[in-house]
Ligand binder design. Sequence first.
Ligand code: C2E
Ligand code: CA
Ligand code: CA
Ligand code: CA
Length: 274
Amino acid sequence: MAAEKTVAQGGGTAALTDEGFADRVRDAIAQDELSLAYQPQADVATGRLTGFEALARWRLGDGTMIPPDVFVPMAETGEAIHVLGEWALRTACAAAAGWMNAGLTDAPVAVNLSPRQLDDPAFARTVLRILAETGLPAANLKLELTETALYDHNAQARETLMQLRGAGVRLVLDDFGTGYSSLALLRRVPVESLKIDKQFTQAMVEDRDAAAIVQAIVALAHALGLSVVAEGVETPEQRLFLQAYRCDRLQGYWLARPLPAGEVPDFIQRNAVP
Ligand code: C2E
Ligand code: CA
Ligand code: CA
Ligand code: CA
């Protein structure tokens, strides 16, 4: 049953079963091969810093980086996603609680979830326990979900999301517009914001259709009382378009690359509004 996987291990490669991969992820955590990078988000109109998205990074002992687009899908076929997911939540919540304790600013952290994590009936409890243990207020945690998380799933996923929302955790629908966007979904899931995928943000200046899609997503979000964030913003022109379209927040290389945890306090201080 267990899928065979190959992952670079200390320079060599080893075939791993699902069970083996979860253990490999545990080792990577213990050996500090896994880390989170934090990419800032800002208010489009004012430039005010509004929070960070946590993005997983895996650096092998020999310095090789494995991209999350590779290791997250590998983890998603087995138990490893629960190990990786819980580690990411705990690490991000601890970091964000640290930013608050340093009195720096009110900067919520957004953590990406895999659809499979919502299958776990204990997931909401796990999140609330991590918030309690790290001392991070629920309102300072955002969870980024993809549309797939919602439809292949079911009553359990929706129940979990209702519990989290009820506890004050904020939900974001990621990569909006790239899946089989079911507008009906927006009425059933207690999300508070939509995230416009970078394929639209990046095409918008050159391509009228992409521009129309971005405008329509902003209008839809606002009509439903949701806020909207655009990812992948790389140029000043893209920022100006988003401002004209009344998009609320942006994220992308134009503002900053994902930062190592150690650089976040400085970034917050440099961007603090006096
Ligand atoms: P995503 O959630 O859509 O994240 C946005 C991706 O765009 C990130 O890639 C980010 O580094 C990249 N990005 C940000 N600004 C720009 C920009 O201006 N231009 C361009 N070209 N790219 C930009 P990254 O870090 O490689 O992550 C890839 C994907 O891996 C994420 O896509 C997310 O789906 C997944 N991922 C990352 N960390 C985690 C995690 O902790 N848990 C789960 N389940 N998935 C994760
Ligand atoms: Ca995301
Ligand atoms: Ca995306
Ligand atoms: Ca994505």
